[in-house]
Ligand binder design. Structure first.
Ligand code: GAR
Length: 201
Protein backbone atom coordinates (compact mmCIF):
# COMPACT_ATOMS: atom_id res chain seq x y z
CA UNK A 1 0.00 0.00 0.00
CA UNK A 2 1.37 3.41 -0.99
CA UNK A 3 0.03 6.84 0.09
CA UNK A 4 0.81 9.90 -2.07
CA UNK A 5 -0.01 13.61 -2.31
CA UNK A 6 1.74 14.71 -5.50
CA UNK A 7 3.55 13.70 -8.63
CA UNK A 8 4.29 10.19 -7.43
CA UNK A 9 7.71 9.57 -8.97
CA UNK A 10 8.65 7.53 -5.90
CA UNK A 11 5.43 5.56 -6.36
CA UNK A 12 6.34 5.01 -10.02
CA UNK A 13 9.72 3.60 -9.02
CA UNK A 14 7.94 1.10 -6.75
CA UNK A 15 5.39 0.23 -9.46
CA UNK A 16 8.24 -0.46 -11.89
CA UNK A 17 10.13 -2.57 -9.33
CA UNK A 18 7.02 -4.64 -8.55
CA UNK A 19 6.78 -5.71 -12.19
CA UNK A 20 9.65 -8.11 -11.50
CA UNK A 21 8.27 -11.08 -9.51
CA UNK A 22 11.69 -11.49 -7.86
CA UNK A 23 11.17 -8.12 -6.16
CA UNK A 24 8.76 -9.90 -3.84
CA UNK A 25 6.18 -7.15 -3.32
CA UNK A 26 2.88 -6.09 -4.84
CA UNK A 27 1.12 -2.73 -4.43
CA UNK A 28 -2.38 -3.60 -3.22
CA UNK A 29 -3.69 -0.01 -3.44
CA UNK A 30 -2.67 3.64 -3.67
CA UNK A 31 -4.34 6.23 -1.45
CA UNK A 32 -4.20 10.02 -1.43
CA UNK A 33 -5.38 12.99 0.61
CA UNK A 34 -6.39 14.94 -2.51
CA UNK A 35 -7.96 14.39 -5.95
CA UNK A 36 -6.55 14.85 -9.40
CA UNK A 37 -2.88 14.28 -8.68
CA UNK A 38 -0.45 12.53 -11.00
CA UNK A 39 0.31 9.95 -8.31
CA UNK A 40 -3.28 8.64 -8.54
CA UNK A 41 -3.16 8.67 -12.34
CA UNK A 42 0.01 6.59 -12.28
CA UNK A 43 -1.76 3.97 -10.17
CA UNK A 44 -4.86 4.00 -12.40
CA UNK A 45 -2.75 3.52 -15.52
CA UNK A 46 -1.33 0.36 -13.93
CA UNK A 47 -4.69 -0.98 -12.79
CA UNK A 48 -3.93 -0.48 -9.09
CA UNK A 49 -7.00 0.30 -6.92
CA UNK A 50 -7.06 3.87 -5.58
CA UNK A 51 -8.89 5.86 -2.91
CA UNK A 52 -8.97 9.49 -1.77
CA UNK A 53 -9.56 10.59 1.84
CA UNK A 54 -9.67 14.39 2.18
CA UNK A 55 -9.29 16.17 5.50
CA UNK A 56 -11.90 18.72 4.37
CA UNK A 57 -14.55 15.99 4.27
CA UNK A 58 -14.25 15.38 8.02
CA UNK A 59 -15.08 17.49 11.08
CA UNK A 60 -11.49 17.32 12.30
CA UNK A 61 -8.09 15.71 11.80
CA UNK A 62 -8.85 12.92 14.26
CA UNK A 63 -11.92 11.83 12.28
CA UNK A 64 -9.90 11.95 9.04
CA UNK A 65 -7.20 9.83 10.66
CA UNK A 66 -9.76 7.17 11.65
CA UNK A 67 -11.19 7.17 8.11
CA UNK A 68 -7.73 6.90 6.54
CA UNK A 69 -6.92 3.94 8.78
CA UNK A 70 -10.18 2.26 7.69
CA UNK A 71 -9.39 2.82 4.01
CA UNK A 72 -5.94 1.33 4.40
CA UNK A 73 -7.18 -1.60 6.49
CA UNK A 74 -9.69 -2.49 3.77
CA UNK A 75 -6.73 -3.51 1.58
CA UNK A 76 -5.02 -5.49 4.36
CA UNK A 77 -1.45 -4.37 3.57
CA UNK A 78 1.66 -5.84 5.19
CA UNK A 79 3.53 -2.55 4.76
CA UNK A 80 2.36 1.05 4.23
CA UNK A 81 4.71 3.35 2.29
CA UNK A 82 4.24 7.12 2.53
CA UNK A 83 5.81 8.37 -0.72
CA UNK A 84 5.44 12.13 -0.80
CA UNK A 85 2.35 11.96 1.45
CA UNK A 86 2.12 15.49 2.85
CA UNK A 87 0.02 14.76 5.93
CA UNK A 88 0.94 13.44 9.34
CA UNK A 89 -0.76 10.19 10.21
CA UNK A 90 -2.32 10.30 13.66
CA UNK A 91 -2.88 8.04 16.68
CA UNK A 92 -5.71 5.97 15.16
CA UNK A 93 -3.61 5.21 12.09
CA UNK A 94 -0.50 4.39 14.10
CA UNK A 95 -2.46 2.15 16.47
CA UNK A 96 -3.17 -0.12 13.49
CA UNK A 97 -0.17 0.39 11.25
CA UNK A 98 2.60 1.59 13.56
CA UNK A 99 5.82 -0.36 13.12
CA UNK A 100 4.97 -1.19 9.50
CA UNK A 101 4.52 2.29 8.02
CA UNK A 102 7.56 3.93 6.45
CA UNK A 103 8.05 7.43 5.09
CA UNK A 104 10.66 8.90 2.82
CA UNK A 105 11.97 12.37 3.58
CA UNK A 106 14.22 14.53 1.34
CA UNK A 107 16.86 15.38 3.96
CA UNK A 108 19.34 13.58 6.21
CA UNK A 109 17.46 13.15 9.49
CA UNK A 110 17.57 14.47 12.12
CA UNK A 111 18.37 17.60 10.08
CA UNK A 112 15.60 19.58 8.36
CA UNK A 113 12.38 17.75 9.28
CA UNK A 114 9.04 18.87 7.89
CA UNK A 115 7.62 19.89 4.56
CA UNK A 116 10.64 21.74 3.11
CA UNK A 117 13.73 19.57 3.52
CA UNK A 118 15.54 20.73 0.34
CA UNK A 119 14.68 24.41 0.89
CA UNK A 120 15.83 24.32 4.51
CA UNK A 121 19.09 22.49 3.67
CA UNK A 122 19.87 25.06 0.98
CA UNK A 123 19.09 27.96 3.30
CA UNK A 124 21.35 26.53 6.01
CA UNK A 125 24.20 26.17 3.52
CA UNK A 126 25.01 22.49 4.11
CA UNK A 127 27.29 20.87 1.53
CA UNK A 128 25.78 17.41 1.85
CA UNK A 129 22.13 16.52 2.28
CA UNK A 130 20.17 13.49 1.14
CA UNK A 131 17.13 11.36 1.84
CA UNK A 132 15.98 9.27 4.79
CA UNK A 133 13.65 6.28 4.91
CA UNK A 134 12.22 5.84 8.40
CA UNK A 135 9.53 4.02 10.33
CA UNK A 136 6.75 6.48 11.11
CA UNK A 137 6.15 7.38 14.75
CA UNK A 138 4.18 10.19 16.44
CA UNK A 139 6.78 12.84 15.61
CA UNK A 140 7.59 14.79 12.46
CA UNK A 141 10.20 12.73 10.57
CA UNK A 142 11.57 11.34 13.85
CA UNK A 143 11.07 7.57 13.63
CA UNK A 144 13.73 4.83 13.55
CA UNK A 145 15.88 5.13 10.41
CA UNK A 146 15.79 2.30 7.86
CA UNK A 147 18.20 3.82 5.31
CA UNK A 148 19.83 7.07 4.24
CA UNK A 149 21.57 8.29 1.09
CA UNK A 150 23.87 11.32 0.86
CA UNK A 151 23.63 13.87 -1.95
CA UNK A 152 26.02 16.80 -2.57
CA UNK A 153 24.72 20.37 -2.68
CA UNK A 154 26.18 22.23 -5.69
CA UNK A 155 27.03 25.94 -5.54
CA UNK A 156 24.48 26.87 -8.21
CA UNK A 157 21.63 24.74 -6.85
CA UNK A 158 18.17 26.14 -6.34
CA UNK A 159 15.45 24.25 -4.46
CA UNK A 160 14.26 22.48 -7.61
CA UNK A 161 17.67 21.28 -8.86
CA UNK A 162 18.63 20.11 -5.39
CA UNK A 163 15.33 18.33 -4.81
CA UNK A 164 15.56 16.61 -8.21
CA UNK A 165 19.11 15.36 -7.41
CA UNK A 166 17.86 14.08 -4.05
CA UNK A 167 14.85 12.39 -5.63
CA UNK A 168 17.00 10.40 -8.05
CA UNK A 169 18.88 8.82 -5.13
CA UNK A 170 15.75 8.70 -2.97
CA UNK A 171 13.85 6.54 -5.47
CA UNK A 172 16.67 3.98 -5.61
CA UNK A 173 16.87 3.90 -1.80
CA UNK A 174 13.12 3.45 -1.49
CA UNK A 175 13.01 0.59 -3.99
CA UNK A 176 15.95 -1.21 -2.37
CA UNK A 177 14.72 -1.01 1.21
CA UNK A 178 10.98 -1.42 0.70
CA UNK A 179 11.83 -4.57 -1.22
CA UNK A 180 13.93 -5.79 1.65
CA UNK A 181 11.17 -5.02 4.17
CA UNK A 182 8.71 -6.94 2.00
CA UNK A 183 10.98 -9.97 1.60
CA UNK A 184 12.70 -10.28 4.96
CA UNK A 185 11.24 -10.38 8.46
CA UNK A 186 12.42 -7.44 10.54
CA UNK A 187 12.03 -6.07 14.03
CA UNK A 188 12.36 -2.60 15.47
CA UNK A 189 14.77 -2.60 18.39
CA UNK A 190 14.77 0.88 19.91
CA UNK A 191 15.93 3.14 17.11
CA UNK A 192 17.31 0.29 15.00
CA UNK A 193 15.73 -1.92 12.39
CA UNK A 194 17.06 -5.46 12.48
CA UNK A 195 16.50 -7.71 9.49
CA UNK A 196 16.36 -11.49 9.77
CA UNK A 197 17.10 -12.85 6.31
CA UNK A 198 15.14 -16.00 5.55
CA UNK A 199 17.19 -19.18 5.49
CA UNK A 200 17.79 -19.83 1.77
CA UNK A 201 17.53 -23.64 2.22
C1 GAR B 1 9.83 13.29 -2.18
O1 GAR B 1 11.07 13.93 -2.31
C2 GAR B 1 9.51 13.01 -0.72
O2 GAR B 1 10.64 12.72 0.04
C3 GAR B 1 8.93 14.33 -0.29
O3 GAR B 1 8.11 14.69 -1.37
C4 GAR B 1 8.67 14.22 -2.58
C5 GAR B 1 7.59 13.51 -3.36
O4 GAR B 1 7.98 13.27 -4.67
N1 GAR B 1 8.22 14.19 0.94
C6 GAR B 1 8.25 15.09 1.92
O5 GAR B 1 8.83 16.15 1.83
C7 GAR B 1 7.48 14.69 3.16
N2 GAR B 1 7.85 15.49 4.27
P1 GAR B 1 7.09 12.33 -5.62
O6 GAR B 1 5.62 12.73 -5.45
O7 GAR B 1 7.59 12.63 -7.01
O8 GAR B 1 7.33 10.91 -5.21
Amino acid sequence: MVLVSGSGTNLQALIDACEDPAYGARIVAVGADRDGIEGLHRAERHGIPTFVERVADHPDRAAWDVALAEDVAAHDPDLVVLAGFMKLTGPAFLARFGGRTVNTHPALSPAFPGMHGPRDALAYGVKITGATLFVVDEGVDTGPIVAQVAVPVEDDDDVETLHERIKTRERAMLVEWVGRMAREPFEIDGRRIRFHPKDPR
